[in-house]
Design a protein around this ligand. Structure first.
Ligand code: ADE
Length: 243
C-alpha cells in the first residue's frame, strides 16, 4: 500500500481524479490511498492566510512556510500513528509490543515547481516502493524557498512549461507511480516487462480493429506484419518502432 498525501489549497480538484477508473479501483483494492489535505487547515489566523508578499518586492504572492511545515509534520506523524496502532478517532493507546521496524515507514516529501528536477519513469519506479509520498503543491508565484531546501526531499517539475500550480503535476506523479505498484494494472506481464526497460524508452505503436479506416479519402491500414501471426517478426518490428 502506498499512501499519497497531497497538500494543496484546492483539495476538491482531486475529487474526480480519486474516484474514477483505475485509480478508484486501486484504492478499493487497498493498493493505494489518496488523501487531499487543505493547506488552510494548518493556518492559525482568522482569514486562514496561506500566502504573503515576497521579500525584496515584486509581483504576486508567495506561499508561506509555516503552514506547509506544520502540514508535512502532522501528515507524516498521522500516518505513522495510524500504522503503529493509534487508530483514528478511538485514540487507542500505542501498542508497546510493536516492533521498532514498523515505525520506520518509507516516506518521501516532494515539492512541485517548474525549476525542479524533471520527473521521469525511474523516479516513478523508485517512489512506487514507498509507504507514503507527501506531495506539496505550489500556487501563486511560488513557495517560500525554504520548503524546497529544508522540508522536501526533492523538488520536481513535470516539464519545461509553467502551470498555475502543482495540482496537475501531483496527479501526473500519482498516476505514473500507482500503475507500477503490483496489482494496479491487470496485465501484470506488460508492466513487469516495462519495468525493465530504461526510462527513456517509449512504447511501440498499437493498433486495433478495424484493419482499414478511411480518413480524408485515404485508406489507412494496420501494418501487415501485425496481421502475420509471426511472433518473432512482430517482436522485431515492435523493437524497431520503439523510440
Ligand atoms: N508548477 C508550475 N509549473 C510546474 C511544472 N511544470 N512542474 C511542476 N510544478 C509546477
Amino acid at each position: 500500500m502506498t499512501r499519497f498525501d497531497i497538500i494543496t489549497i484546492f483539495p476538491n480538484l482531486f475529487d474526480s481524479f480519486k474516484n474514477e477508473a483505475l485509480i478508484a479501483r486501486a484504492q478499493k483494492k487497498r493498493i493505494i490511498k489518496i488523501n487531499a489535505h487543505n493547506l488552510r487547515k494548518w493556518t492559525e489566523d482568522k482569514h486562514k492566510t496561506v500566502d504573503d508578499k515576497p521579500y525584496g518586492g515584486g509581483v504576486g504572492m508567495v506561499l508561506k512556510l509555516e503552514p506547509i511545515m506544520k502540514a508535512v509534520e502532522a501528515i507524516k506523524e498521522g500516518y505513522r500513528l495510524q500504522v503503529t496502532g493509534y487508530r483514528g478517532k478511538n485514540k487507542k493507546k500505542l501498542d508497546p509490543n510493536l516492533k521498532p521496524d514498523t515505525w520506520n515507514l518509507k516516506t518521501r516529501t516532494i515539492v512541485f515547481s517548474p525549476k525542479g528536477k524533471k520527473f521521469n519513469q525511474q523516479m516513478a519506479r523508485r517512489w512506487s516502493k514507498l509507504d507514503q509520498l507527501v506531495l506539496i503543491c505550489g500556487r501563486y508565484e511560488g513557495i517560500d524557498e525554504r520548503a524546497a531546501k529544508y522540508i522536501a526531499d526533492e523538488e520536481v517539475s513535470i516539464g519545461d512549461y509553467v502551470l498555475f500550480g502543482g495540482e496537475v503535476p501531483a496527479m501526473v506523479v500519482m498516476e505514473a507511480v500507482a500503475r507500477l505498484i503490483p496489482g494496479a494494472v491487470q496485465k501484470k506481464e506488460s508492466i513487469e516487462k516495462e519495468s525493465f526497460t530504461i526510462a527513456k524508452e517509449l512504447e511501440h505503436p498499437q493498433y486495433t480493429r478495424p484493419e482499414i479506416v478511411e480518413i480524408n479519402g485515404k485508406k489507412r491500414k494496420v501494418p501487415k506484419v501485425l496481421l502475420s501471426g509471426n511472433h518473432k517478426k512482430i517482436e522485431e518490428w515492435r523493437k524497431q518502432k520503439t523510440n
